[in-house]
Design a protein around this ligand. Structure first.
Ligand SMILES: [Zn+2]
Ligand SMILES: [Zn+2]
Length: 198
């Protein structure tokens, strides 16, 4: 905990290398995570604000709302790889701050609970920490919401998402997690936010 706090008090921006607070400085956030119009349902980038994209209009997805901080690209692609595969869990601090800010800016009703999509045991052994939980608990704290890691379970070990094209990623996720049985009262009829790092 001390190392996380001291790293945050004086650290070099991972993108522009200026010294300041946090792993990504405010200038770089403004530059690379500027808000753009997106479909509220799936977060697809839109040319102008609209209540839905065409795809969600015709085939509504299961989720009511998706919050997106930035498109996957420079510099986030490298930072996410550092977070997921190169043993830098402290990046969760910067990412969670951005995610909580995006949720507040979305001006939607907040969920009752924040849940990490469970990580397969094999992945946990490979990475040494659960990235979705590292994010979910910090996003929840930033929004003054509870987070629970014990309500969902992973019924089978899915293929590496990063190795799959989009259509296969979605198919791969279809049965990737389930509500822990018996369904806990904590979930019944409640609106929840899922945090995943796929
Ligand atoms: Zn910077
Ligand atoms: Zn959409």
């Amino acid at each position: 905990m001390l190392s996380l706090l001291s790293a945050r008090a004086s650290s070099q921006c991972d993108v522009c290398r200026q010294w300041g607070r946090g792993r990504v400085c405010a200038d770089c956030v403004d530059r690379y995570a500027a808000p753009v119009p997106r479909c509220p349902r799936c977060a697809l980038r839109l040319p102008a604000p609209a209540p839905s994209c065409g795809r969600c209009l015709h085939e509504p997805p299961l989720q009511e709302h998706t919050v997106c901080v930035a498109d996957y690209g420079f510099p986030w692609d490298r930072l996410i790889a550092d977070f997921k595969f190169r043993g830098q869990p402290e990046l969760a601090i910067a990412f969670a701050e951005l995610m909580a800010g995006a949720v507040r800016a979305a001006a939607q009703a907040l969920p009752a609970l924040v849940l990490p999509v469970p990580l397969a045991p094999r992945r946990l052994a490979e990475r040494g920490y659960d990235q979705a939980w590292e994010l979910a608990r910090r996003v929840a704290r930033g929004l003054a919401l509870p987070a629970r890691a014990d309500l969902l379970r992973r019924p089978r070990d899915t293929a590496h998402q990063a190795d799959l094209p989009r259509a296969e990623r979605l198919a791969n996720l279809r049965h990737a997690f389930a509500v822990a049985a018996p369904a806990p009262a904590a979930l019944a009829g409640r609106r929840v936010a899922l945090v995943d790092t796929c």
